[in-house]
Structure formats: structure tokens, C-alpha cells
Design a protein around this ligand. Structure first.
Ligand code: EPU
Length: 427
């Protein structure tokens, strides 16, 4: 209560739920794909790279500022980021890099050019411990010494150019895979990365790098092979659609009990989510670039378990949680990737009357207990979205704090919901 009163002067979202959403909606370009691509563009030299379909979110603004901090020229207008020039420095301030997790990818893009980087420890969502040991191991394998002091990472290569390496990742970490790829792009000879992440954002990054002249094979499988090249060149790339925003919009329609279409998306990116929705009784049709909700009543409880791609994404876990309130049975949701990522469930339990038990890396949700209105706080991007979507299904008013987290990951999410008939105000 004390915390909630302290929040009262901050912006908040008020949802009057119980209205069925209906219509056609489209996600923006992918946040996580854009962020790793912008960081990768520290590799430019004497060329222009244009990214389009970049979402208008604060994390992107922060990363653009990071490129500028090290002397890269960036024009950022609407959904377009144009990068040119070359690296003038290798030291970043704490101002921007400490706010986002993807800033870690500058390890991979600055060291091959400058032999050295000074980067703040990353920020981003507080969803449990997020160590960087795999990143450090990859750098060490490339002959890069790493020291962490006063929340700054200082990494220095023994020599340049780096030499190609064969590395086995003990977990297919997304950003560590990014760093392995970026360090390999200019390394002499062959780099082989085993047990890598297969997330679509990794595929989209390598599509960009290959267009720039990098030689990368095997992306989307467990093993990536990179033959080092000396220079990259000018190109243009449209960032993939955001699969997590598509999933959130899909769930918003379902939570409201409505019907509608998420268009300009890649349905294969959300197969595990679509599969669960079908298992519990929703009627979902898929076309080439559309996911269509024809019927959204839910007949069964469900079990969901997150895994690295192609499994159910951990980022979808908070977004799928409210589905458990739409059925009278017990549902179990397990997060094996981020085992502590249940802040949204805690908010639902304490402030909206949900009956949820957490055991280890799982929650058990009793759908028999109806939710009521209340005041909640989203403390990371996906939990803010999860709470907004939950509110759409409650026949009462829910106030959601944590607007800054929504702005970090989504542009105009509330407008997208309003366009389908949601009653939402930003105060
Ligand atoms: N891990 C380690 N050591 C490491 C790196 C990771 O133990 O050196 C562990 C983590 O603690 C975690 C697991 O590996 O348990 C997965 O972490 P991963 O490294 O794959 O995550 P990330 O690369 O830091 C990206 C996304 C996250 C998303 C995860 C998992 C970006 C900017 N972030 O983070 O996105 O949850 O992959 O898919 O791409 C979000 O968008 O809401 C978000 C948190």
C-alpha cells in the first residue's frame, strides 16, 4: 500500500475491462532484433547502413546514443536508422548502456575494430540473475582479457585481427551467440560456434550481416560457421516484425473474449503460443502473415513450459499467464530460461485476487478464483503488458503503474488496443 501511494504522482494506465476487442492490428518491428542490429553497426567503416521498421521505443533511443558516444554517425527518424562513419572511441558512459541489456552486443562489435572496449554492466529487465559468464568465456576464447571493476567491463584483445575459434556455448544464450558471431565476422580464418541460440532475432541479425558482406552459415541450427572477411559494405535492411508484440496483441484479443487478426507477422515465430491457445479451445487460423482469432472461449486449463527457440519464449511466459484465469481448472506455467520471472504473477496475486502458488521455477494458477480490479505495477516490459492484458478481461477498473517499462519495449501499444475497442486511458 505504501509503495502504491508513493506511485500516485507517476503516470499510470487505467483499463476499464470487460470489452470485447475486435479488429485488425499489426506489430511494429522487433525490439530485440533492432537492438542487436544497431549495436552490430559499430562495425561500419566507410559505408552506409539503413535499417527500417525500427520501433519507436526508448531502448532504441538509448542504443542510438551509444553509437554516437563512440563517434558513429547516426540519423534516426521515425522507423529508420541510418548509420555511417566509423568508430572514433571505445569507451561508453554509464548513461545509456547501463539501462539496457542489449548494450552487451557492443563487446562483439567494438573489440574487432578497436582491440578494446569499456562498457557499463548492462541493465534491462530485472527478471532474476542475468550473469555474463558465457560472454566472458567467448571473449577469453578469442584471446580477449576481461576485467570488471566498478560496474564497468574493460575488455582488451591481446592482438588484432582476432583469430577464428571453435567454441561450445554451455547454454544457447541469445546475446552471447550475438557476441560470438560479431567477434567472428572479421576474425582471421574460421570461427565455429556450437550450441548457439536459434532465435529469429539471431537469424535476422545474420541476414543483415550477410547483406553487408559477412560470410556466415548455419544460422537457425545449433552450429554457426563464420569465415572472417576484411570489410563490410553499404546495405539496407528491414527489421523483422516483433514476435513478442504479435503474441501480446494476440493474447489481448483472446483475453477480452473477442475476435480479430494480427497481421504483418510471421506466425511460425509464435507456434508454441498458437498451439497452447488451440489446445485450450480457442479457434485460431493462420495465413501466410496473419494470425486470426475466430473464437476465444477457453475450455481447459493448460501446462506451459519455456525453452530456447523453437520452444515457448520466456518473454511470452508473463503474457500467457492471464490465460489461466479464463478457465476454471488449474494451469501450470514453468519458466526454465528465466526461473524467477514471476513478478507479474505476484502482482496479480496480491492486488487482483488471483490464486497463484509459486513452486521453484513454476506457478500453479487456480482459474476458479475470479479476479477483481485494483492497482498493480509492471516492473519489466513483459509484466507491464501481461497486467494490461489481464485487465482487459476483468469487469472492473485496473490501474497499472510502470508505464516507463511499456515505453522501453512497445510503441503505441495502448493505441493498438484502443483501435480494437479497448477502453484505456493514460493518466
Ligand atoms: N545466462 C548465463 N550466463 C550468460 C548469459 C546468460 O547463465 O553469460 C543465462 C541467463 O541467466 C538466463 C539464460 O541464460 O537464465 C538466458 O539468457 P540469454 O543470455 O539468452 O538472454 P539475453 O541474451 O540476455 C535475450 C533477450 C531477453 C530474453 C532472453 C531469452 C534481448 C535484448 N534480450 O536476453 O528479452 O528474455 O534473450 O530469450 O535480446 C525481453 O525482451 O523482455 C527480454 C528480457
Amino acid at each position: 500500500m505504501k509503495q502504491q501511494l508513493a506511485n500516485m504522482s507517476e503516470p499510470c494506465i487505467v483499463v476499464s475491462g470487460g470489452k470485447k476487442l475486435n479488429g485488425v492490428v499489426k506489430p511494429d518491428g522487433a525490439k530485440n532484433a533492432s537492438l542487436i542490429q544497431i549495436a552490430a553497426l559499430a562495425l561500419v567503416e566507410d559505408c552506409f547502413v539503413t535499417l527500417t521498421n525500427v520501433p519507436g521505443i526508448t531502448d532504441v533511443e538509448d542504443e542510438v546514443e551509444m553509437l554516437r558516444e563512440v563517434g558513429i554517425h547516426v540519423k534516426h527518424h521515425d522507423d529508420e536508422v541510418v548509420v555511417s562513419g566509423s568508430l572514433k572511441a571505445f569507451e561508453f558512459s554509464k548513461t545509456y548502456g547501463s539501462k539496457i541489456r542489449a548494450s552487451l552486443a557492443f563487446l562483439g562489435s567494438v573489440i574487432p575494430k578497436k582491440g578494446e572496449v569499456i562498457l557499463p554492466m548492462p541493465g534491462g529487465d530485472k527478471i532474476g540473475p542475468r550473469p555474463i559468464d558465457i560472454h566472458v568465456d567467448i571473449m577469453n576464447a578469442f584471446g580477449i582479457d576481461v576485467e570488471i571493476k566498478g560496474q564497468m567491463i574493460h575488455a582488451k584483445a591481446k592482438k588484432l585481427p582476432l583469430e577464428g575459434q571453435t567454441i561450445y556455448l554451455r547454454f544457447p544464450s541469445v546475446l552471447a551467440t550475438v557476441n560470438g558471431i560479431l567477434l567472428g565476422v572479421h576474425a582471421k580464418g574460421k570461427t565455429v560456434l556450437h550450441n548457439v541460440a536459434k532465435e529469429p532475432e539471431i537469424v535476422d541479425l545474420t541476414n543483415l550481416l550477410v547483406k553487408m558482406g559477412a560470410n556466415i552459415r548455419g544460422v537457425g541450427t545449433d552450429k554457426i560457421t563464420i569465415e572472417g572477411v576484411e570489410k563490410l559494405h553499404t546495405t539496407y535492411h528491414e527489421v523483422m516484425p516483433d514476435r513478442l508484440e504479435a503474441g501480446a496483441l494476440l493474447m489481448a484479443i483472446v483475453m477480452s473474449g473477442g475476435t480479430g487478426t494480427v497481421e504483418k507477422t510471421i506466425p511460425e515465430h509464435n507456434e508454441p503460443l498458437i498451439d497452447i491457445l488451440r489446445q485450450v479451445g480457442a479457434t485460431i487460423e493462420v495465413e501466410e502473415d496473419k494470425i486470426i482469432v475466430l473464437e476465444s472461449s477457453i475450455k481447459d486449463g493448460f501446462q506451459a513450459i519455456t525453452r530456447p527457440f523453437p520452444g515457448l519464449a520466456t518473454d511470452i511466459q508473463p503474457i500467457i499467464t492471464p490465460l489461466a484465469f479464463k478457465h476454471m481448472g488449474i494451469s501450470k506455467i514453468t519458466d526454465t530460461v528465466h526461473p524467477h520471472r514471476f513478478d507479474h504473477a505476484n502482482e496479480m496475486k496480491i492486488h487482483l485476487g488471483a490464486e497463484i502458488d509459486k513452486v521453484d521455477n513454476a506457478i500453479y494458477v487456480n482459474g476458479q478464483k475470479p479476479l477483481h480490479g485494483g492497482i498493480v505495477t509492471g516492473r519489466d516490459i513483459r509484466s507491464a503488458v501481461s497486467l494490461i492484458n489481464t485487465a482487459l478481461s476483468i469487469d472492473d477498473e485496473v490501474t497499472i503503474f510502470g508505464v516507463e517499462h511499456l515505453s522501453r519495449g512497445h510503441s503505441k501499444y495502448l493505441d493498438k488496443l484502443r483501435s480494437m475497442g479497448a477502453e484505456i486511458t493514460l493518466k
